[in-house]
Design a protein around this ligand. Structure first.
Ligand code: AMP
Length: 210
C-alpha cells in the first residue's frame, strides 16, 4: 500500500510517518530529507538545493520529481511507501500518478498558530533525524539514539515558517481537489493540544482497512 501524508510543514507528518512505519512496515520517503542528505554531502545538486531549502522556498518541480522518482524505483519501496512532503504542487501529483498507485492521501489540517507553535519548538537529532518537540520532550539528548547534537532547522525560524505556509496555501487546494476527485482523500483536523499519538489514533483504523 502507498500513502501520501499531506499538510503544512509542522502539522505532524513526520511523526505520523513514524507510527505508520512501525505498524504497517511501510518505507518512509520525505523529499525534504532527500534534499537535506544532498546538502549535507555537499554534492553538486546539494549545493544548488541549499538556497531553496534553507529559506523555505520550494525546489523546482523538475528537480523534485526526478529525485522522488529515483527513490521510489529502489527495490525496498516494493513493500509500500509513505510519502511525506510530496507532492507539493499539482504538477508533482500528476507526475506521481503516472508512476505509482496511491491508496490513500491523509491530509492533516492545522491552523497557522499550530504550525508556528510546533515548528518553533522543533529540534532534530543530527545523528538519526528523530524529531523532538520542546512541548513533549527534553532536548538535552535524543530520545531514540541518545545523541546529544539536537538542532533547530534553519527553515524552522519564524520568517521562513511564514514563507513555507504561504507556498503551501497557494498550491494545496488543487492537490486536494485532485485526490478528492479520485476518492482517495481522508482529512484529519488536528488540535494544538493533541499529541502525535492522539492524531495517529484518528487515522490508524482507516489505514488498517486498506
Ligand atoms: P520539509 O522537510 O518537508 O519541511 O521540506 C523542507 C524543504 O524542502 C521545503 O521547505 C522545500 O524547500 C523543500 N521541499 C521538500 N519537498 C518539496 C517538494 N515536494 N517540492 C518542492 N520543495 C520541496
Amino acid at each position: 500500500m502507498n500513502i501520501i501524508l499531506n499538510g503544512a510543514s509542522g502539522c505532524g507528518k513526520g511523526s505520523m510517518a513514524g507510527f505508520l512505519v512501525k505498524d504497517f512496515g511501510l518505507v518512509p520517503i520525505s523529499t525534504g530529507d532527500l534534499f537535506r542528505e544532498q546538502i549535507a554531502k555537499q554534492t553538486p545538486l546539494g549545493k544548488k538545493l541549499e538556497s531553496y531549502v534553507s529559506t523555505g522556498k520550494w525546489v523546482p518541480d523538475e528537480v523534485t520529481i526526478e529525485i522522488l522518482m529515483d527513490r521510489i524505483k529502489q527495490p525496498d519501496c516494493a513493500k509500500g511507501v509513505i510519502l511525506d512532503g510530496f507532492p507539493r504542487t499539482l504538477n508533482q501529483a500528476i507526475a506521481l500518478d503516472k508512476t505509482l498507485n496511491i491508496d490513500l492521501v491523509i491530509a492533516i489540517e492545522v491552523t497557522d498558530d499550530i504550525v508556528h507553535a510546533r515548528l518553533g519548538g522543533r529540534y532534530m537529532c543530527r545523528n538519526c533525524g528523530t524529531i523532538h518537540s520542546t512541548r513533549w520532550d527534553k532536548i538535552d539528548k535524543c530520545k531514540k539514539c541518545g545523541g546529544t547534537d539536537l538542532y533547530q532547522r534553519d527553515d524552522d525560524k519564524a520568517e521562513f515558517i511564514q514563507k513555507r505556509l504561504e507556498n503551501f496555501k497557494l498550491n494545496n487546494g488543487e492537490i486536494l481537489d485532485f485526490y478528492r476527485s479520485q476518492n482517495k482523500l481522508f482529512i484529519v483536523k488536528d488540535k494544538l493540544e493533541n499529541t502525535p499519538a492522539d492524531t495517529y489514533a484518528l487515522v490508524k483504523d482507516t489505514v488498517a482497512k486498506l
